[in-house]
Design a protein around this ligand. Structure first.
Ligand SMILES: NC(=O)c1ccc[n+]([C@@H]2O[C@H](COP(=O)([O-])OP(=O)(O)OC[C@H]3O[C@@H](n4cnc5c(N)ncnc54)[C@H](OP(=O)(O)O)[C@@H]3O)[C@@H](O)[C@H]2O)c1
Length: 294
């Protein structure tokens, strides 16, 4: 394994994935710096260039994004500024300073019309503004930094440091004993701690190109909710299966966006554990108290 020497820079370090990534880097003994939005706005090319000149990182990992999928529908300009031109600014600054860029993207670049897992070669066809802005970010990263980028598409993230589906479901069970959850969208729930380790692996290897990385297994949001309730030890709550049409959210979502991880497995030499095992781990740490993952 080639180990890039020097300092790594985490962009978006205050976010759900960013915070678990800093923990993974600390565990690996990697020298790193972090920047949050108040320190470096990725939509500002001069700020980005100046920050990279200052830190001279060998690896930059970008977890910053505008992730409000529904909100993006009415904030198109901002979504493209952050999710498309932000990564472009980072890629250009990486080119200038000879850094390797790892950029996190999403399954929402696909329309979900496939019935088998999406590979990296499948053509993107996003349904909403968020997906379109993220796809454009991918394109601009590839263009600006063709030989020194790693784009990691992932999905359905949950982790201790951000708003996520697990907390939303458990929170709702405190207020009601009847939940309604969509049963016609399929994917793989992915634990930010596991993804963070995968990002470190790909960075170590300077794996160039696009990679799909999720926890193993497939479920629907309804299946995920049922398992959260079961493993979370919640009693007396029923989970009704509904369709996406019934929920009527502003942004359309792919009905099937399972990502084929074989390219990652071949590169890394391992696959991420099953999402249910990851969920159990998450719930165990949660049960041990917030201080267990501070
Ligand atoms: N969450 C999911 O289910 C999911 C699924 C697939 C892919 N992804 C991708 O995974 C990555 C991490 O997602 P996440 O859930 O960890 O996101 P998150 O918790 O929303 O964190 C995103 C971070 O980006 C920062 N940010 C936003 N605009 C910025 C700007 N202009 N300059 C600098 N920083 C900025 C935010 O900082 P402020 O809060 O200070 O603005 C925030 O800390 C993203 O690329 C996302 O697209 C997420």
């Amino acid at each position: 394994m080639t180990q890039p020497s020097g300092l790594w820079l985490v962009v978006g370090a205050g976010g759900m994935l960013g915070r678990d990534l800093t923990e993974a880097l600390r565990n690996e003994g990697i020298t790193f710096e972090t920047v949050v939005s108040g320190q470096m706005n990725i939509t500002e090319p001069a700020e980005v260039a100046q920050t990279l000149r200052r830190f001279r990182p060998s690896v930059v990992i970008n977890t910053a994004a505008l992730t409000d999928v529904d909100g993006c529908e009415s904030m198109g300009e901002r979504a493209f500024a952050v999710n498309a031109h932000g990564p472009e600014n980072l890629a250009r600054a990486c080119r200038e300073t000879a850094a390797f860029l790892v950029h996190v993207s999403t399954d929402y670049v696909f329309d979900g019309s496939k019935k088998i897992p999406y590979t990296e070669e499948d053509p993107p066809s996003p349904l909403g503004v968020y997906g379109r802005s993220k796809e454009e970010g991918e394109r601009l990263v590839r263009k600006a930094l063709p030989d020194a980028h790693c784009i990691v598409r992932t999905q359905w993230l949950f982790g201790p440091h951000g708003k996520n589906f697990v907390e939303a479901i458990l929170g709702r069970t405190e207020r009601t004993n009847r939940l309604r959850v969509v049963n016609d969208q399929y994917g793989a729930p992915t634990y930010t701690s596991d993804l963070a380790v995968a990002l470190v692996t790909l960075s170590h290897k300077r794996a160039t190109g696009t990679f799909h990385v999720t926890n193993s297994g497939v479920t629907s949001w309804h299946g995920f909710a049922c398992r959260i309730i079961e493993l979370g030890g919640v009693r007396g709550v029923t989970v009704e299966a509904i369709t996406s049409m019934e929920l009527a959210r502003p942004a359309p979502r792919p009905s099937y966006s399972v990502l084929d991880n074989r390219k990652f497995v071949q590169c890394a030499g391992y696959s991420l554990r099953h999402w249910e095992d990851a969920l159990q781990d998450y719930l165990g740490r949660r049960g041990a108290g917030r201080e267990a993952w501070a």
